[in-house]
Design a protein around this ligand. Structure first.
Ligand code: NAD
Length: 304
């Protein structure tokens, strides 16, 4: 049986496929025309956020049984078309949770201690010691919006830093909350009481612009907002206003309503915001875990 690996995959994941006796065909990010050629005789396709597995690709793969995404988002796979043909679609939803949580803390420190700003100034030859007063995390309150896989890891880390943990989730898992010493409250209370608000919800109709002008105004003036979930969970225009007018002290963002973030976007003009290019899952560990997890799922589906 043949597996098409159409994106870079960790060495250990390739090993899992080969040890199961599967023939691996590797081609990095083929375009649709080439993909149509490659899928003709394969039982499985493994991709990352690229290439696109379109309906046309799926319809051209008569032997296809499984499409695997070595990662989380399935945006590049026509899941509906796969379902119609009884093709399984698998991913590795938990593989990057710890990495995203650790990045959230990277952003928290970068904003709270003005690390990115200080670094920019150093490179300009400016010793900006006076402007770089920051805050400690110990004893502060962090509000975790969305207490799922990533929110749980964030809460665990926060606890280790001696922070008070507030949680908001429409489906509260009390046992896990207890484990991290967190307390479920309503969103309004969380926003009013937290020194740091960090978002870990999926993008749904109910979470689109969850953080809007009205909710930003509920936050403390010295609070920091972190978004490593999805850009559209925050109303960007409202956030720019909040940062310009000092409704909140700062923000750390990994995701944007428009990606890549346009070059001269107002966010890039603000000193109290730290920006990273959607790198939450970009660690060697997360990529290895994701690769191995989907390789094992592919083997299980093909070999039973
Ligand atoms: P998850 O499904 O384990 O947890 C999401 C939680 O949000 C659930 O507990 C759910 O009940 C809760 N939720 C749903 N609607 C809500 C609402 N209106 N208010 C508050 N909570 C709500 O997902 P996860 O693995 O923790 O990932 C969370 C999100 O992080 C993903 O959906 C994705 O958008 C994002 N993510 C970002 C990166 C990155 O690179 N920055 C990487 C992976 C995931």
């Amino acid at each position: 049986m043949k597996v098409l690996v159409a994106a870079p995959l960790h060495e250990r994941a390739l090993q899992v496929l080969k040890e199961a006796g599967l023939e691996v065909v590797y081609e990095e990010y083929p375009d649709e025309e080439r993909l149509l050629e490659l899928v003709k005789d394969v039982e499985a396709i493994i991709v990352r956020s690229k290439p696109k597995v379109t309906r046309k690709v799926i319809e051209n793969a008569p032997k296809l049984k499984v499409i695997a995404r070595a990662g989380v988002g399935l945006d590049n796979i026509d899941v509906e078309a796969a379902k119609e043909r009884g093709i399984e679609v698998v991913n590795a939803p938990g593989a990057s949770s710890r990495s995203v949580a650790e990045l959230a803390f990277g952003l928290i420190f970068a904003v709270a201690r003005k690390i990115a700003y200080a670094d920019r100034k150093m490179r300009e030859g400016v010793w900006a010691k006076k402007e770089c007063m920051g805050i400690e995390l110990e004893g502060k309150t962090i509000g975790v919006v969305g207490f799922g896989r990533i929110g749980y890891q964030v809460a665990k880390i926060a606890r280790a830093f001696g922070m008070n943990v507030l949680l908001y989730d429409p489906y509260p898992n009390e046992e896990r909350a207890k484990e991290v010493g967190g307390k479920f409250v309503d969103l309004e209370t969380l926003l009013k009481e937290s020194d740091i608000v960090t978002l870990h919800v999926p993008l749904l109709d109910s979470t689109y612009h969850l953080i809007n002008e009205e909710r930003l105004k509920l936050m403390k003036k010295n609070a920091i907002l972190i978004n490593a979930a999805r850009g559209a969970v925050v109303d960007t225009n409202a956030l720019v206003k909040a940062l310009q007018e000092g409704w909140i002290a700062g923000a750390g963002l990994d995701v944007y309503e428009e990606e890549p973030l346009p070059k001269d976007h107002p966010l890039t003009k603000l000193d109290n915001v730290v920006l990273t290019p959607h790198i939450g899952a970009s660690t060697y560990e997360a990529q290895e875990r994701a690769g191995v997890e989907v390789a094992e799922k592919v083997v299980k589906i093909l070999k039973g």
